[in-house]
Design a protein around this ligand. Structure first.
Ligand code: ATP
Length: 283
């Protein structure tokens, strides 16, 4: 079953064609990452799917509903969705636990408040006022508010911006847990390692169009990309790209009678591939 179906989506702001004929299908239980440079059209697309912006044309179905539907049906639909915006938590005079409790009241099937606070690593800050939280802690609270309603579909907009490395890893573990519950997740991120760690599939979007949709492993022909072998020969650093690094290394090893000075063998990272993909067309 597809949780999200988008066909021929278009949205312009005056002369700015933010989204130009975009097609997208996301299956139930999938973790899907939307990647793209600033201004590519990610937020516009996601906010149309969330029902916060109106499209100009195209077909959109989210959990079987058109997000532009209003009234009673829209409230039921919203109950099944979790959204982590750039910053939802601005009730500065409430504590963490009060805020999470307050939000849990909006949903018909909320998760346990303490459990959610623990799952985002804020148990020691449960009684703290929001205005006294650090930036990364506020972001964790945003995530807690996104998942408190046991959503079937979770939108995460740059969820780990401002997190320290340990908090990012903890957040990734939290997402893996949600994967286990069958939650479908649409993630936007500027961190390629995050997309690689979490996403089943990624879409690269640029100038309002999808450049490619693929698994992180296969994006841009990455799985079959040539390896770059580099080594030191006297004063010179030498490099060679090859389909068959093992035989090159073996040849070099014979040439050097053993250890090859400063040997490295690398394949393009997801970031290398991504930068190549958007490099040619980025305005
Ligand atoms: P970022 O990574 O910076 O968040 P994005 O991929 O989310 O970027 P969007 O916010 O969707 O990009 O913007 C796409 C284009 O539409 C940009 O050129 C932006 O300036 C323009 N745009 C977005 N929202 C509006 C608006 N409300 N009014 C006018 N132009 C807008």
């Amino acid at each position: 079953m597809n949780v999200i179906e988008v066909k021929g989506l278009k949205k312009s702001y005056g002369d700015v064609h933010a989204v130009q004929s975009l097609d997208l299908t996301i299956a139930q239980g999938e973790i899907f990452a939307l990647l793209g440079p600033n201004g590519a059209g990610k937020t516009t697309t996601v906010e149309i799917l969330e029902g916060f912006r109106k499209r100009d044309s195209g077909e959109v179905s989210v959990l079987g509903f058109d997000p532009q539907t209003s009234g009673h049906q829209a409230r039921e639909w919203r109950n099944r969705i979790g959204i982590v915006l750039q910053s939802a938590a601005d009730a500065g005079d409430l504590s963490v636990i009060e805020t999470v409790q307050h939000f849990s009241g909006y949903y018909s099937n909320p998760r346990d408040v303490d459990e959610v606070i623990t799952s985002v690593g804020l148990q020691e800050k449960a009684g703290a006022l929001i205005r006294n939280l650090s930036g990364g802690q506020r972001r964790r609270l945003d995530v807690a508010l996104g998942i408190i309603g046991s959503p079937e579909l979770l939108f995460l907009d740059e969820p780990t911006t401002g997190f320290d490395p340990e908090a990012r890893r903890a957040f990734w573990a939290l997402i893996e847990n949600l994967r286990g519950t069958g939650t479908t997740i649409l993630l936007t991120t500027h961190y390629l390692d995050e997309a690689e760690a979490l996403a089943d599939r990624v879409a690269v979007i640029n100038n309002g169009r999808i450049v490619e949709i693929s698994t992180p492993e296969d994006l841009g022909g990455r799985a079959t990309a040539k390896a770059l072998v580099s080594w030191r020969d006297g004063d010179e650093t030498k490099t060679q790209t090859t389909d068959n690094p093992t035989s090159l290394v073996s040849k070099l090893s014979t040439q050097f009678s053993g250890e090859i000075p400063e040997l490295t063998v690398t394949r393009p990272s997801l970031e290398d591939i991504y930068l190549t993909m958007i490099g040619g067309t980025h305005e």
